[in-house]
Write a protein that binds this ligand. Structure first.
Ligand code: NDP
Ligand code: MG
Length: 388
C-alpha cells in the first residue's frame, strides 16, 4: 500500500485557535502521516488563508459570512472549496472524506458540527469540552448508536484515557482530575474583587485561548472537565475527584478497586494529547521536549477552594441535577466570560451570573436536541439581562 493511502485524513475545526494551530504544527512535523482535509475559522480570514495555502485542504469554512469573498478570492484558484457560515461547518461533515475530526472551536459552536460528525461516523478528537457539557447524554447515546469513539484531547481526559487503556472499566474506582489552580490559587474572595482582565489572562502553566484561560482562573474549566469526564468515562458523580496540583506535571490519575493508582505525566504541552488522539491506538515518535526529573523536585497537591471559586461547586451541582442544568451553566458562563473580557463585569460576577441563570432558566429532565438549543438561547438571553 502506498503511503498516501495510509495517511490520516484530518479536519481541524477551529484551526486558527490555540489548539488548532498546535494541531497544524503536528501535521507539519508528521506530513508523511497526516493530510489536512478541512480547515475552519470564525473570523480570522488572514490566518485561515495562510494555513490553507500551506496545508492544501479540500475544504475551508469561514463562519463569519462577511469574510466569504475575501477568503474565496484568495483561495479560489487553488482547487480549495470555500464555504461560509456556521451551518456550513456542520454540513461539511457529510461530504468531507476526513476520517478524524478535531473539534477545536470554542464553546457551544462545537455542538452541531460534532453531532453531524458523529452521525457521519467520523472519529472525533474532542478538544471542545463544551459539547459534552451542554449535551453529554445525547452525545453519548449518538456515539453508541453510530459506534463512534470520542478520543479526548483535553490533557486531563487524555491522561485518564491513557491510564485506562488495557484496563477493565469495571475495576475503576475513581478518577482524580488534577487542576493547576490557575493564577489566583490561594486567594480569597476579598483578594479577587479588583482582578483585571490582564491578571486573569496570565495562566501560570498553559498558553491557551482567552475563554478557557478565564475559565481556568475561575475554576469553571475544572467544573466543565468534571462533567466532561462523567460522560467520557461513564462514571458516577461521586467517582470524580478534583485535586489541585500547581505544577501541572501529573495530568490526571485513576484509582482501581485494588487501591492501585495510575498517573500520566509530561510537560504541560497540548501537542502531546493532540498527537496521541491523532495516532491512537498507536504511539508515534514526536520531537516534543522531554521532561526531566532532575529539573522537577517538587510535586504538590491540595484541596480545591470551592467557596472562593464558586464555579466548580456550580458545575458539581449542575452535574448532580442533570437534565439541561449544565447546558444553562455553560451558556451563562460563555456570556459572562465574554462580558468580563469586554470589561463589562467584574471577575466575581462571572459565578454570580452563572448561579442566577441556573436558578432562573427552565429545567428539563430529559432534553431533546431542540430543548438544548432553546435552553442555550434562553440562558444567554437571561444572562445578558444581568449585564448592563
Ligand atoms: P481559541 O479561542 O484559541 O480558538 C478557537 C477557534 O475556534 C478559533 O479557530 C476560532 O476562530 C474558532 N471559533 C470561535 N468561535 C467560533 C464560532 N462561533 N464558530 C466557528 N468557529 C469558531 O480556543 P482554544 O484553542 O483555546 O480552545 C478550543 C477548544 O479546545 C475549547 O473548547 C477549549 O475548551 C478546548 N481546550 C483548549 C485547550 C488549550 O490549551 N487551548 C486545552 C484543553 C481544551 P477565529 O480564530 O477566527 O476566532
Ligand atoms: Mg484541561
Amino acid at each position: 500500500m502506498s503511503n498516501e493511502i495510509n495517511k490520516k485524513k484530518i479536519a481541524i475545526l477551529g484551526s486558527t485557535g490555540s489548539i488548532g494551530t498546535q494541531a497544524l504544527e503536528i501535521a507539519r512535523e508528521q506530513s508523511d502521516k497526516i493530510e489536512i482535509e478541512v480547515l475552519t475559522a470564525n473570523s480570522n480570514a488572514d490566518l485561515l488563508i495562510k494555513q490553507a495555502i500551506e496545508f492544501k485542504p479540500n475544504h475551508v469554512v469561514i463562519a463569519d459570512e462577511s469574510k466569504y469573498l475575501y477568503v474565496k478570492d484568495a483561495l479560489g484558484q487553488k482547487d480549495i472549496k470555500v464555504f461560509a457560515g456556521s451551518k456550513a461547518i456542520a454540513d461539511l461533515m457529510e461530504i468531507t472524506s476526513a476520517d478524524i475530526i478535531l473539534t477545536a472551536m470554542v464553546g457551544y459552536s462545537g455542538l452541531l458540527p460534532t453531532i453531524k460528525a458523529i452521525e457521519n461516523k467520523k472519529k472525533i478528537a474532542l478538544a471542545n469540552k463544551e459539547t459534552l457539557v451542554v449535551a453529554g447524554e445525547l452525545i453519548t447515546e449518538l456515539c453508541i448508536e453510530n459506534k463512534v469513539s470520542l478520543i479526548p484531547v483535553d490533557s486531563e481526559h487524555s491522561a485518564i484515557f491513557q491510564c485506562l487503556v488495557g484496563e477493565d472499566l469495571n475495576t475503576l474506582d475513581k478518577i482524580i482530575l488534577t487542576a493547576s489552580g490557575g493564577p489566583f490559587r490561594g486567594k480569597k474572595r476579598e483578594d479577587l474583587l479588583a482582578i483585571t482582565k490582564k491578571e486573569a489572562l496570565k495562566h501560570p502553566n498553559w498558553n491557551m485561548g482567552a475563554k478557557i484561560t478565564i475559565d481556568s482562573a475561575t475554576l469553571m474549566n475544572k467544573g466543565l472537565e468534571v462533567i466532561e469526564a462523567k460522560w467520557l468515562f461513564g462514571v458516577e458523580n461521586n467517582q470524580i475527584e478534583v485535586v489541585v496540583h500547581p505544577q501541572s506535571i501529573i495530568h490526571s490519575m485513576v484509582e482501581f478497586n485494588d487501591g492501585s493508582i495510575k498517573a500520566q505525566m509530561g510537560l504541560p504541552d497540548m501537542k502531546l494529547p493532540i498527537h496521541y488522539a491523532f495516532f491512537y491506538p498507536e504511539r508515534t515518535k514526536s520531537s516534543f521536549k522531554r521532561m526531566s526529573f532532575k529539573e522537577i523536585n517538587n510535586l504538590t497537591f491540595e484541596e480545591p477552594d470551592l467557596e472562593t471559586f464558586r464555579n466548580l461547586a456550580l458545575a458539581y451541582e449542575a452535574m448532580k441535577i442533570g437534565g439541561n442544568k449544565a447546558c444553562i451553566l455553560n451558556a451563562a458562563n460563555e456570556i459572562a466570560v465574554a462580558a468580563f473580557l469586554e470589561d463589562k463585569i467584574k471577575f466575581l460576577q462571572i459565578a454570580e451570573i452563572n448561579e442566577a441563570c441556573m436558578n432562573k432558566v427552565f429545567f428539563i429532565q430529559k432534553p431533546s436536541l431542540d430543548d438544548y438549543i432553546n435552553t442555550d438561547s434562553e440562558a444567554r438571553r437571561f444572562a445578558k439581562t444581568l449585564i448592563q
